[in-house]
Structure formats: structure tokens, C-alpha cells
Design a protein around this ligand. Structure first.
Ligand code: HEC
Length: 251
């Protein structure tokens, strides 16, 4: 189309086109005649502005359809995105559920749960109520020591130990106590349970007795009676109802 207005040049173009033998010329001619042809093009545009504008106005419509066919063809990255497998819809609720699971998992892993073990609870009760007289590690003080199995020697059965802590030496009905018939001191130990000053419940007494026997007394639960204590302490620590019958003494 642009060839049409440049009337002066076509001779050279036609010549090179016709004389195919001189194949070098066509390549060189655009370089040499670059300026003239531009001039000619400029002249042509300037000479016939009306025609040019008319042709320009007429050209876009044909040009547009020529460009359009390339438009709908997606670039490779768009085509890749369209053909890529999408995340299935059912996976959408999985992500918030994963988050909840992670929180529950982390929470379950924290050592806070250790405070709920029977020995942890019994140890806390012992430190608060008993350690002043019996020593923080059960080594004894104004009250006797529990270490080295001493407390188990006095009370082979844990139920009798529970009764002792419930009543205390102040409310003990006889002059001696335990399997070795130890003499009861003159009100040396207060009764902690419902039969004494009631500062502890029967369940709490069971937990502290369990702690005294296992952690301080070094008891390795093996007899059915000891296994029963273990079972009941675990139940109490888990917030369940114990089935102990030793406390309270007076029903
Ligand atoms: C005010 C001091 C005092 C406190 C507090 C105290 N006790 Fe005692 N405990 C004694 C004395 C003293 C004896 C020895 C018996 C007596 O003289 O009455 C004793 C004896 C015992 C015995 C018998 C041990 C043996 O082998 O002779 C046990 C078991 C016991 N106490 C458990 C406890 C528990 C459990 C607590 C806390 C809930 C506790 N005591 C708090 C002073 C105390």
C-alpha cells in the first residue's frame, strides 16, 4: 500500500525485483535508498493528506480484524493457568479445620496437663498442709519422717492412713496407732478431714496419702490394695467420683 504513492522509486525496486540475478542489490538498496524512500513516503503523505486520511480511516477496519485473530490466543502463562488443575472445592473447609487441629494439638502438648496427675495434685496438697511438720521432702520435723518406707511400715494399708489423717492424733480413739502401735502424741497432729477440722475433703486426703506413700515413702504399687489406691487417686485427679470407704470414719 505504501508503494503506491512513491512513483519515483519503483524503477529501482522493480529492477531489483525483476533482475533476480543480482541478489545483493535488494539487500543493499533499502540501506542506500533509505532516505529517499522516506522522503518519498513523507511527500506522498503530505501530497495527498486527504487521500491518506481517507485511506487511514478506511484501513483500521481491515487492520483490526487482522489483529483480532491473534487476540483470543492466550499467552502461554494464561493458557497454563487455565489448564492447571484447580484446588477442589471440598478442600476449602480443610484449611480452617487444619488450623483448629493445630491449636488443639499444641494445647494438648503443653505440660499444663501434668498438673492434673494424682501425684501433682497430692504434692500440692502436701506442700500446703503437711510439709511444715513432716518436711518438704518427707524427711520429718515435729512430725515423723515418711522416707524409706517408714510410713508404709506404720500403715501397711492405705485406708488406715486415710483414717489417721482424717481424724488426726487429736481425735484418735486409742492410745496407739498403726501396725507398730506407735504412741499417739498429745494432740501433735490435727485431724484434716470431716472428722477433724475439715480443712480437706476425703478425696483430697486420699490424694495426699497417695503422694506420701508413693513419692515420699517410695512405694511401688504392687498389692491389690495399693493398686486400688492408684486407681482411686487417678479417678479423683480426673474429676471422677472415688469409691473409697475409709473416709469419713463417722458416717
Ligand atoms: C502441726 C504439725 C503436723 C501437721 C501440719 C501434720 N502432721 Fe502428720 N503428724 C504430726 C505428728 C506430731 C505425728 C506423730 C503422731 C503424733 O504425735 O500424734 C504425725 C504423724 C503422721 C503420720 C503417721 C506417720 C508415722 O509413720 O507415724 C502420718 C501418715 C501423717 N502424720 C500424715 C500427715 C498429713 C497427710 C498431713 C497433712 C495433710 C500432716 N500429717 C500434717 C504432726 C503434723
Amino acid at each position: 500500500m505504501t508503494d503506491q504513492p512513491t512513483e519515483g522509486q519503483p524503477a529501482a525496486d522493480d529492477e531489483s525485483a525483476v533482475s533476480g540475478a543480482e541478489s545483493v542489490e535488494p539487500a543493499e538498496s533499502p540501506l542506500e535508498t533509505g532516505q529517499p524512500s522516506q522522503q518519498a513516503a513523507a511527500e506522498g503523505e503530505a501530497a495527498a493528506p486527504a487521500a491518506a486520511s481517507a485511506s487511514v480511516a478506511a484501513t483500521p477496519p481491515p487492520a483490526a480484524p487482522a489483529a483480532r485473530p491473534a487476540g483470543p490466543v492466550d499467552p502461554p502463562y494464561v493458557a497454563a493457568a487455565k489448564s492447571r488443575k484447580r484446588v477442589p472445592l471440598w478442600a476449602v473447609p480443610i484449611f480452617p479445620l487444619l488450623l483448629i487441629w493445630a491449636l488443639v494439638y499444641v494445647n494438648a502438648m503443653t505440660p499444663v496437663s501434668n498438673n492434673n496427675t494424682p501425684l501433682a495434685q497430692g504434692g500440692a496438697l502436701y506442700a500446703k498442709n503437711c510439709s511444715t511438720c513432716h518436711g518438704s521432702t518427707g524427711g520429718g520435723g515435729s512430725g515423723p519422717a515418711f522416707n524409706g518406707g517408714a510410713v508404709i511400715k506404720t500403715f501397711p494399708k492405705w485406708e488406715d492412713q486415710v483414717k489417721w489423717v482424717d481424724l488426726g492424733s487429736a481425735n484418735w480413739p486409742t492410745s496407739t496407732y498403726g501396725a507398730t502401735h506407735k504412741p499417739v502424741g498429745a494432740g501433735g497432729m490435727p485431724g484434716f478431714g470431716p472428722d477433724g477440722q475439715a480443712s480437706l475433703t476425703c478425696d483430697e486426703i486420699l490424694l495426699v496419702v497417695h503422694y506420701e506413700r508413693v513419692t515420699l515413702g517410695g512405694l511401688v504399687a504392687s498389692s491389690p490394695d495399693d493398686m486400688d489406691l492408684e486407681k482411686q487417686a487417678t479417678a479423683i485427679a480426673a474429676g471422677q467420683t472415688a469409691t473409697q470407704t475409709a473416709c469419713p470414719v463417722k458416717k
